[in-house]
Design a binder for this molecule. Structure first.
Ligand code: UFG
Length: 337
């Protein structure tokens, strides 16, 4: 019987939070991930037994070398800058890294006739919601350079797919959260701004308190509601998108969220239950640009990809993130699963 060669998938940003989880999933599913990462924020220790190339996305000779020397079936792109506030302070960094460097990647991809591309987009492309839950037809009106950079790449993708032999899936993440269920990888951002890791820093005594940005939103308890989606569910969607493209499917855009939301106060309460630790809060003013409610309508991904989140119950998200936090602190060497 002929041995079927494992398909090679280039994972750009494969040392980061979501990219590294994707690398684990690709391996488990019999693909061969090849990582390209500049390690500006990524971590090497999660990438055991995976080929890793350290380098820049803007390094066209390096991209030519990668594409000319290996049989790459598809590219997944996770290598974005992701801090909204930083994007307002330093838009050049976002347009350079998220837009210009992605253009460099797309040009190389087309020259080397790589036919499939999966892009990590964001709910930030919608801006302030005009209705909720948000479906993919919701108007696009990003309110910061981060969101605009994601939208620009989506526009480029549409044009490239018209002009070239390229199909793509753009996945608009809502609030990515959680960690690998076996504690192998998770969220380790140098300047953490996201709610759940900040709460867990308080629970693990690395931080005194977590700020609650605004108590006067038009929600039941006055705090903002978000749609938290487990990183493993995000990766399952990527896998389904990959399989759809490899099977000849066309270019698509999908929301990735659960459709259910939790308020900041509810997240803190569930975190207290899961960790058994008191979480001290500090009241703070609203953070500029935060919509009161952000909820996905994920029905298109369910219908077309057959995607169904399995791990995005809030307690499960926090349990996995907490296990990873504890593991990182070296307080236990035991992986409970
Ligand atoms: N929050 C606090 N205190 C904190 C941090 C956050 O109260 O210390 C609140 C925020 O105000 C917000 C909620 O917790 O209401 C979630 O905030 P995050 O910073 O964790 O996430 P965002 O909803 O701001 O951001 C997410 C993605 C972004 C994306 C954005 C819009 O992480 O990449 O949704 O889609 F741009």
């Amino acid at each position: 019987m002929p041995i079927e060669l494992k398909k090679t998938i280039l994972v750009v940003g494969g040392a980061g939070y979501i990219g590294s989880q994707m690398v684990l999933k690709l391996k488990e599913q019999g693909y061969q991930p090849l990582v390209l990462d500049n390690f500006s924020t990524g971590h090497r220790q999660v990438l055991n037994e995976v080929e890793v190339i350290e380098g820049e996305l803007a390094d066209r000779p390096l991209l030519d070398h990668i594409f000319s020397s290996r049989p790459i079936s598809a590219v997944m792109h996770f290598a974005s800058c992701i801090e909204v506030a930083e994007s307002v302070r330093n838009p050049a960094k976002y347009y350079q890294n998220n837009v210009a460097n992605t253009l460099c990647l797309l040009r190389a991809l087309c020259q080397w006739e790589i036919k499939h591309f999966i892009f990590s987009s964001s709910a930030a492309v919608y801006g302030q919601p005009q209705y909720t839950p948000i479906d993919e037809a919701h108007p696009l009106a990003p309110i910061n350079p981060y969101g605009r950079s994601k939208w620009m790449v989506e526009q480029m993708l549409e044009d490239f797919a018209h002009a070239e032999d390229l199909t793509y899936v753009s996945l608009r993440y809502f609030n990515a959260a959680g960690a690998d269920a076996r504690g192998r990888t998770g969220e380790m951002h140098p300047n953490e701004t996201h709610l759940i890791p900040l709460i867990l820093q308080v629970a693990s005594k690395q931080r005194q308190a977590v700020s609650v940005y605004g108590r006067d939103y038009p929600t039941l308890d006055g705090t903002c509601i978000r749609d938290y989606i487990h990183v493993d569910d995000l990766c399952s969607a990527h896998l389904l998108a990959l399989e759809a493209l490899l099977a000849g499917g066309g270019s698509k855009i999908y929301n990735l969220g659960t459709g259910s939301g939790y308020s900041v106060k509810e997240v803190i309460e569930v975190a207290q239950e899961v960790t058994g630790q008191y979480i001290k809060i500090e009241e703070a003013p609203r953070r500029p640009g935060d919509p009161a409610i952000l909820l996905a309508d994920p029905s298109l991904a369910r219908k077309e990809l057959g995607w169904q989140p399995q791990s995005s119950d809030l307690a499960k998200i926090i349990e996995d993130a907490w296990r990873f936090t504890i593991y990182q602190l070296g307080k236990t060497r035991v992986l409970p699963i």
